[in-house]
Design a protein around this ligand. Structure first.
Ligand code: AMP
Length: 630
């Protein structure tokens, strides 16, 4: 089924504003094509393979919408950039269908973030280049003198962020006196970010005769006020209901034990092997933690959160665009407005705070006719909450278990076969080497070596606790264990790679910390470190004992035990719920807890060979070539 067939038959709501009551007029747009557009634009669309308009594009091309001011509720991913691009064509193009010679700008698009502005500029560039338009971008963080030169040499369409545009305006470089159309993209976001004054100053510098197109995902009061002040007889278009929740997104809810969220993420990534995947966390701390964990397991991954500079963000996005990395861990805010056409998997690593956020995050995939999967990771005790959220959003999700190692192995086998049976062009040199190999080994051995080499590029799947009623009860019990309502997390400098196991960790902790087994709460063993809980009431005593017992030459005493700066995820959640303790996203801790002792270890747990893991010969290097394996 084509995009237009799927989307074109959905109702488009054209709402005509009245003073108090809104008259609603619901149109059903039948499947239409781009054929009636100016030839340069329809050629550009055809070259991109866009045969049919999306609902928002169809709506702005309706006769009622031509030449009018518009207030459009549409989200990123709905094809809204092309929609306003097409909508302006009547004003911008001359009788011969081409753009007049670039001079003072004829159209201005304002977007809240640099990324979105650059994305809009890219879209308008392919759409309008055949028509001879020159698109100039003016965004914070870029070289302003270069932008000044570009503006002075003539621009047809200017795309920019509010602050930078205002700057150019005030310096007299941006002349808006001949402007025919202005677009405010993600207007709600711009007002939220405090750009109202900048927007008003820019709008006031444009001719009254201009067309004003206001695009906004939501329509709060300040947007209504802006529309009233700067638009005339505006037509409202809403397609939001059509793009959200439905799309081509399959929803899955994966239930896991709270301690296994990260392992479930690993297995989901390995099972789906998406071309691009986006993982959502609630806080920047959690983004940092998950990013580090995945990197350590060999995934090619970047992080996006408020703690990254503009240039780090750009590098991360570029790496995703040119497929050097395939996984992005992000906070909701940092991921706003990002459009990655190859994104086919969204994982809600932490449950979104409401149904709206759920849809926003999920809507990063399944865009413009492509298929996508959105997976919500649901710790057992939170199932009811997620069920309620899904039902509020009218989303049907499949409740399933996280992919097991076996399921991943089975998928890998299929993928390996497909990859290795792909036709390949060999060079003479390759053939020569092949001959020499065949002289030394059997074809079976060579093929097996090839399979092994490919397999080595894939991060190892995790062994998950089976989702049984017992496992769920154990998770519940651990959550409600008396005496552990208020806890402190500690970390030890040893993990799975050093054979960490509760069987010998518990006695070690009792010896070093002068406490009993019953005073140790949850234990989370990671690849290279272990976290555990101690009730806050005895934390001071425990800390003092650690100080005293550290420092002898005994192997076990070389293990660093310290208060954790980066507790595992469920700790953060518990703290938030209780609201009593420091929240992990409240900024850095007031003081950095010092390790009780640092020292070279000799033997890390039973079976250790006397060397710290990073010095052991047999240590498996994290594989980096995850992206090569599809
Ligand atoms: P936007 O909502 O502007 O962020 O667009 C989302 C994606 O949809 C972009 O990659 C567009 O190039 C793409 N797109 C826009 N219009 C169409 C169309 N009619 N058919 C298919 N894809 C489209």
């Amino acid at each position: 089924m084509g995009l237009g067939q799927r989307l074109g038959c959905s109702p488009i709501h054209l709402i005509y504003p009245g003073d108090v009551h809104l008259r609603a007029n619901v149109l059903f747009v039948s499947s239409m094509t781009f054929s009636k557009l100016p030839p340069f634009l329809s050629e550009a669309l055809a070259e991109r393979g866009y045969a049919e308009p999306t609902p928002v594009q169809a709506a702005v091309l309706e006769p009622e919408a031509i030449g009018r001011d518009l207030v459009v509720s549409a989200q990123t991913g709905s094809g809204k950039t092309v929609a306003f691009g097409l909508s302006m064509a009547n004003e911008l193009l001359g009788d011969d269908g081409s753009m007049p010679r670039p001079g003072k700008p004829l159209a201005l698009v304002i977007a809240p973030t640099r990324e979105l502005a650059l994305q809009v500029s890219r879209e308008l560039t392919w759409l309008y280049s055949k028509a001879g338009a020159r698109i100039t971008t003016c965004v914070g963080g870029m070289n302003p003198s270069q932008e000044r030169r570009a503006l002075q040499s003539g621009a047809s369409i200017v795309v920019g962020t509010p602050g930078r545009l205002r700057d150019h305006l005030e310096r007299g470089v941006l002349d808006l006196s001949e402007l025919l159309a202005i677009v405010l993209d993600e207007a709600d976001e711009m007002l939220d970010m405090g750009f109202r004054e900048d927007l008003e100053e820019i709008l006031d510098a444009t001719p009254e005769t201009r067309r004003t197109l206001l695009f906004s995902a939501t329509m709060p009061r300040p947007i209504e006020a802006l529309a009233r002040r700067y638009q005339r007889d505006a037509l409202r278009i809403s397609t939001v209901g059509d793009d959200r929740g439905h799309g081509d997104i399959t929803y899955q809810a994966v239930t896991v034990s709270p301690s296994e969220i990260e392992n479930a993420v690993v297995n989901l990534l390995r099972f789906h092997e998406a071309e691009t995947a986006m993982l959502f966390c609630a806080t920047r701390d959690n983004v940092r933690h998950l990013h580090a964990t995945l990197q350590e397991r060999g995934f090619a991954v970047v992080a996006l959160s408020g703690e990254h500079s503009q240039s780090e963000r750009n590098q991360a996005l570029q790496a995703l665009r040119d497929r050097r990395v395939r996984v992005c861990v992000a906070t909701d805010v940092a991921a706003r407005g990002i459009d990655l056409p190859t994104l086919s998997l969204v994982v809600h690593v932490e449950i979104p705070r409401d149904a709206e956020t759920l849809q926003h995050r999920s809507g990063r995939t399944g865009r413009a006719g492509k298929k996508g999967t959105a997976v919500i990771i649901v710790p057992y005790p939170r199932r009811k909450r997620v069920e309620a959220m899904l039902s509020r959003a009218r989303i049907k999700a499949d409740w399933i278990d996280a992919p097991s190692r076996e399921a991943i192995r089975a998928q890998d086998r299929e993928r390996l076969l497909a990859a290795l049976l792909e036709p390949v062009e060999y060079e003479e040199d390759d053939r020569e080497l092949a001959e020499r190999l065949l002289a030394e080994r059997t074809p079976q051995d060579i093929a097996a070596a090839l399979v092994r080499a490919h397999r080595a590029t894939m991060p190892e799947p995790e062994e998950l606790i089976e989702n049984t009623p017992e496992a769920r009860r154990a998770a519940q019990k651990e959550r409600h264990r008396p005496g552990f309502e208020d806890i402190v997390w500690y970390r030890m400098s040893i993990g799975r790679r050093q054979n960490a196991d509760p069987r010998w960790l518990l006695p070690l902790l009792c010896r070093r910390g002068h406490i009993t087994r019953n005073e140790i709460g949850a234990i989370r063993i990671g690849p290279d470190e272990t976290h555990f809980q101690v009730p806050r009431a005895i934390a001071a005593k425990f800390g003092a004992a650690l100080e005293r017992t550290a420092g002898s030459d005994d192997d076990e005493e070389a293990v660093v035990i310290e208060e954790s700066k980066n507790p595992p995820r469920e700790a953060a959640r518990e703290n938030r719920k209780g609201g009593k303790h420091r929240r992990p996203n409240d900024g850095p801790p007031p003081h950095r807890p010092k390790p009780h002792r640092k020292g070279p270890g000799k033997k890390f747990g039973p079976g250790g060979d006397g060397k710290p893991a990073h010095k052991r010969k047999d240590r498996k290097k994290p594989t980096r070539a995850h992206e090569k394996n599809k």
